[in-house]
Design a protein around this ligand. Structure first.
Ligand code: GZL
Length: 339
């Protein structure tokens, strides 16, 4: 078990005697393993081995699966022990998982919150147990930012703005543009911010209007279901679909084809994530653009955890570099895509 001691307040006797905290304290200035039953070599090895609890949202999309694999591989490849929980997109399961990690006295918790609110109590419990929490992918809307060490993920507002700017450049001069929107999980950071970023841009253009907006919960099945309802109620007046992730866009493409329209021609299709499925749809001429949201930051997260537990300063927020890809690039890039 990884033990952090406070050079500032602990004498050697105190440090040697304590079974210690099992996690970084924000004042931690040095680290050592006080385990009395380990040799120098082992203790060095033991002190490097961490136990990391990872509370993941679920397995709702291609993006999520790639993010899970990236994080799990990074933790195990670094020689640490992984305790993994898939919350199946349920907040109560994430709260249970974090409490379980606390009870098991893990060294660190990686947490991708399914929604922005409702986690204050359990994050305070982790802080009280001196177990550092690292936010992965999604943020929480909590005043007290001492409840987590850092946030590593994307700038979702920027992603929404990229989608809006692409659309304006593509269709500015085309009169009235009626947009339907498939939102991500209600209350989640990506859904809130991708909507905000997109609207920041199109609100400058009176001829662009979001005529329908509903959650598809980031899944293909729900995306298809909601798009079917949009088409049924107003199919002849839809010019654009803005989907908060590619999985919902792919589900909607099926609905559009079954309705008898041509995706990417009769209805412009905008997705987010840049998963392989989107490149396949664009290469088939069924999707126009996808805004990249890179899930492959597992190694970066492990590095941050190790740095923090070694007593180094880490930034409060670390954004992942991202791009966007259009239909004309898809065929050439598809073989290079890693997720
Ligand atoms: C974004 C991530 C979102 C993806 C979806 O970082 O939280 O959740 O865009 C996933 O595909 O379900």
């Amino acid at each position: 078990m990884f033990v952090l001691v406070l050079a500032a307040c602990g004498s050697d006797e105190e440090a040697a005697g304590t079974d210690g905290d099992t996690g970084a304290d924000s004042d931690a200035t040095e680290t050592e393993d006080t385990g009395s039953d380990t040799e120098e070599g082992d203790s060095k090895e033991a002190s490097e081995k961490l136990v990391i609890g990872f509370s993941q949202v679920g397995a709702e999309s291609e993006w999520r699966t790639a993010n899970t694999t990236s994080m799990q591989d990074a933790i195990t490849d670094a020689g640490h022990e992984l305790k993994f929980s898939d919350a199946q997109q349920k907040q109560e399961n994430q709260i249970k998982a974090i409490r379980s990690f606390i009870a098991q006295k893990v060294d660190a918790i990686v947490f991708s919150p399914v929604v922005e609110t409702g986690f204050e109590t359990v994050l305070q419990e982790a802080k009280d147990a001196k177990i550092p929490v690292f936010l992965s992918d999604r943020a929480v809307d909590i005043e007290d930012d001492s409840l987590w060490v850092t946030f590593l993920g994307s700038d979702f507002i920027e992603e929404g703005k990229k989608a809006g700017n692409w659309l304006v450049e593509e269709m500015e001069g085309e009169g009235e543009v009626n947009i339907v929107e498939l939102q991500g999980t209600v209350g989640s950071a990506p859904a809130i911010d991708r909507k905000e970023g997109f609207e920041q841009i199109i609100s400058e253009y009176p001829n662009f209007e979001i005529t329908k907006s509903q959650t598809g919960d980031f899944t293909r099945a729900k995306g298809k279901e909601v798009m079917e309802a949009f088409l049924k109620s107003d199919g002849d007046n839809i010019d654009v679909l803005y989907a908060h992730n590619d999985d919902m866009a792919i589900g909607a493409i099926q609905a559009i084809e079954e309705y008898g329209l041509k995706p990417a021609e009769d209805i412009v299709i905008i997705g987010v994530d840049a998963v392989k499925g989107a490149f396949e749809a664009m290469a088939a001429g069924k999707m126009n653009v996808t805004i990249e949201c890179n899930p492959l930051f597992g190694p970066q997260m492990v590095e941050i955890i190790e740095q923090y537990l070694a007593g180094e300063e880490v930034p409060k927020r670390i954004a992942v570099e991202e791009s966007m890809y259009t239909m004309d690039q898809a065929e050439e890039l598809l073989p290079t895509r890693q997720y």
